[in-house]
Design a protein around this ligand. Structure first.
Ligand SMILES: CC(C)(COP(=O)(O)OP(=O)(O)OC[C@H]1O[C@@H](n2cnc3c(N)ncnc32)[C@H](O)[C@@H]1OP(=O)(O)O)[C@@H](O)C(=O)NCCC(=O)NCCS
Length: 379
């Protein structure tokens, strides 16, 4: 076979590598399903805890099962002291780097680390889901010179994160909104970080390594880092009246409007619709409507791009929500990560169940048979 017979699919666009039962994205019609359930039904009726159970176990829990799952999550919230110590030592790094390092370090304290059975992965997935918010909150407090706050078992997963971050019992509506945000981020097909997590699992490595891979990939601004960039853009714009000039300049210079565009969604990202309405209501509740107005005016200017399939994605409004909750901008991607752990766990478990080494190929287009010249004779 010659090189001319080979077709290269750069970026693996539209390549299917396996089947899945974890989630389905209908990019054309803007629909998303977790384990067969429409994301809209889950966002309106479920909780992050229940949805995490659904993703990891494959079906919705009954009351007793959810209670057990919830108490397992709650009892895993406390971090080992040695991991807190590591966080102190790397506190000046970006929160995503601290999260990646700490998740990797947690493997040293996990009794199941080398057990790749389904049961062990469920236990580890629950622990990592509970421990990730604890890492992010502890790091933020340490770098602000504040004490690390122990978890509160009376609070939900999302409310406990806000409590351990701020030291104050959060407003119920803020807790509910963050819960929904986590739920909307929980799983999303073969996005770059889930693919990375699957590649790691495909070598028969382990869940901590796969999640560590996922965190590293999610950090990039083309993936999870977009929410932070959207809010930075809104701040640069400053006032709704400045939006038109800013966006026109950006697009004329072939820049990208962050929070727009998606590899799979070409009409609408259903997650963005939920967060759009929530960002608006939150702005009104907090008496800070300016940020939503700026985002709305960006969205209006981007209407012509919808024809090219460039629409708002989940990150467009999530940054504004975190900002209005008083969360530092550099924590936004970590919040996305906290939501995504159940999805990564579900996909790693799926990978282990019918494993095949993921190992594509690159087409070599360099020279061959070059003569080795001793170093002293090289010019
Ligand atoms: C997400 C993203 C990487 C998907 O990219 P993709 O499917 O590989 O699409 P491409 O990068 O090939 O872009 C296709 C075209 O749309 C344009 N485009 C894509 N996203 C754009 C954006 N946000 N703003 C302006 N133009 C955009 C590209 O410039 C390109 O135009 P061209 O064909 O004239 O060169 C891309 O849309 C992007 O960079 N978005 C901004 C970052 C972001 O919000 N990421 C979060 C994703 S959830």
């Amino acid at each position: 076979m010659t090189n001319d017979d080979l077709e290269i699919k750069r970026g693996l666009k539209d390549i299917y590598i396996d089947t899945t039962k974890s989630s389905y994205i209908d990019g054309k019609n803007g629909r998303l399903f977790y384990r067969g359930y429409d994301i809209n039904q889950l966002a309106n009726n479920s909780t992050f805890e229940e949805t995490s159970y659904l993703l990891m176990h494959g079906e919705l829990p009954n009351e007793r099962e959810l209670e057990k799952f919830d108490s397992e999550l709650k009892s895993a919230r406390k971090l080992p002291d040695k991991v807190i110590e590591i966080i102190r030592n790397v506190q000046s790094s970006h929160p995503m780097d601290v999260l990646r390092t700490s998740i990797s370090a947690l493997s040293a304290f996990d009794v199941d680390v080398n057990d790749n059975s389904r049961e062990a992965n469920l236990r580890k997935g629950i622990r990592l889901t509970a421990q990730s918010p604890a890492i992010v909150a502890a790091h933020d407090r340490i770098r602000r010179g504040e004490n690390v706050i122990p978890p509160d078992e009376n609070l939900s997963h999302a409310s406990n994160f806000l409590y351990t971050l701020t030291g104050e019992i959060p407003d119920k509506e803020d807790g509910k909104l963050l819960d929904k945000d986590f739920l909307l981020h929980a799983e999303h097909g073969l996005n770059a970080s889930s693919f990375g997590a699957r590649i790691t699992a495909s070598t028969q490595s382990d869940l901590h390594s796969a999640v560590t891979t996922g965190v590293g990939i999610l950090k990039g601004p083309s993936h999870g880092g977009a929410a932070e960039s959207v809010m930075k853009m809104a701040m640069d714009i400053g006032e709704p009246d400045n939006t038109e000039e800013y966006i026109k300049n950006l697009l004329n210079n072939r820049g990208r409007v962050m929070g727009f565009g998606h590899r799979v969604y070409k009409s609408v990202d259903p997650r963005a619709i939920h967060l759009r309405d929530d960002a608006k209501k939150l702005g009104e509740r907090k008496n800070q409507t300016k940020w939503y107005s700026i985002l709305e005016s960006i969205a209006e200017l981007m209407v012509p791009y919808a024809k090219k399939g460039i629409c708002q994605n989940v990150d467009f409004f999530s940054g504004a929500i975190y900002y209005l909750m008083g969360i530092s901008e550099d924590l936004y991607t970590s919040i996305f990560t906290m939501g995504r752990i159940p999805g990564w766990t579900a996909q790693v478990m799926e990978q282990f169940e019918k494993n095949i080494l993921i190992r594509p190929r690159l087409l070599y287009d360099g020279l061959l048979d070059i003569d080795y010249v001793p170093i002293k004779k090289r010019s």
